[in-house]
Ligand binder design. Sequence first.
Ligand code: NDP
Ligand code: GDR
Length: 324
Amino acid sequence: MARRAFITGVTGQDGAYLAALLLGKGYEVTGLVRRSSHAQYGDHRLKHLGIAGSVKLVDGNVTDLSNLVRVVAEEAPDEIYNLAAQSFVQASWSQPILTGNVTGLGVVNVLEAMRIAAPGARFYQASSSEMYGLIQEERQSEKTPFYPRSPYAAAKLYAHWMTVNYRESFGLHASSGILFNHESPLRGLEFVTRKITNGAAQIKLGLAKELRLGNLAARRDWGHARDYVRAMHLMLQQDKPDDFVIATGRTASVEDVCRIAFGHLGLAMEDHVVVDAKNFRPAEVDVLLGDASKAKRVLGWMPEISLEEMIVEMVESDLAFLRR
Ligand code: NDP
Ligand code: GDR
């Protein structure tokens, strides 16, 4: 019988790539979709990957426990991937309570639904390198102390510890992937890499003249979402649930990303990038650099796509999208 996976956040970047990976492995995939007024489902990313018809979509919301209990009981999944979140760090200062409800408490709702309706399933929590915030070690591993710097990061930290707690308290197979930034052509337009690749492509096509950004010195450990969803799946194939850092081990600045994107198009970033105070954050995470040696050792996971390859893929995808 086919294995069954249930994904919250299936319409997001990672949800789409993960669904494609699992379908390719023969899974039956069900995804939770929240209602919105403008389209029946915001499934453009699933359509982009050609899998919209292959994923079973069910209505729901991670803030509604009764809904989750019903869905989990009906779907009887072997694996639950909890990717749903208010995931934009900047928005978490203007919507701190919503972020706490969805990104923090929403995770407990999914854990509770699993404990009540499918206690034998395996659970993946989408934890984040943002939990390291004001870094306490130059390279961040599973042992590095956390220091969240935004309402988003604080909500993720609560969810992370609740995942650990449900594992230790109830013996659930619950794992937490501490993933560093990962991007792709399916990244939301508000996140800096996609803002840069889409902005540079617009300038190349004469659709815009400038690109307004914030802190160009911020550094992140950037990988590709396609590589990172492989790690999520591998975590749930282990006999023992655990926590894993997933990262490339290389850090680059926002300015470096601009140089790759504009350079690929034969443009000079100095002619187009404008620093705008509006894009600065009340508290910044200056630098992140992950140590994924445990994932390499235990899961056999390694990233395959470089930052340069990824940014070029995103620029080309944005050019093609804008030309259409
Ligand atoms: P996205 O923002 O692209 O996707 C978020 C998903 O959550 C969307 O499907 C969204 O639905 C859904 N969602 C939001 N609120 C609710 C709700 N109340 N109930 C149900 N679903 C909801 O995020 P990513 O794909 O980039 O990230 C996936 C997860 O991984 C997130 O939890 C994120 O915080 C975490 N993460 C991401 C990293 C990254 O670099 N991408 C790194 C580390 C962690 P809708 O389409 O309707 O908006
Ligand atoms: P991040 O991603 O906050 O790391 O969270 P984002 O791309 O938003 O910011 C990265 C860095 O770039 C700086 N920056 C800008 N950011 C945005 N969005 N827009 C700008 O104009 C801009 N200019 C400079 C930011 O200040 C920041 O330092 C992402 C999300 O996917 C989270 O959900 C996830 O948990 C973390 O990655 C790991």
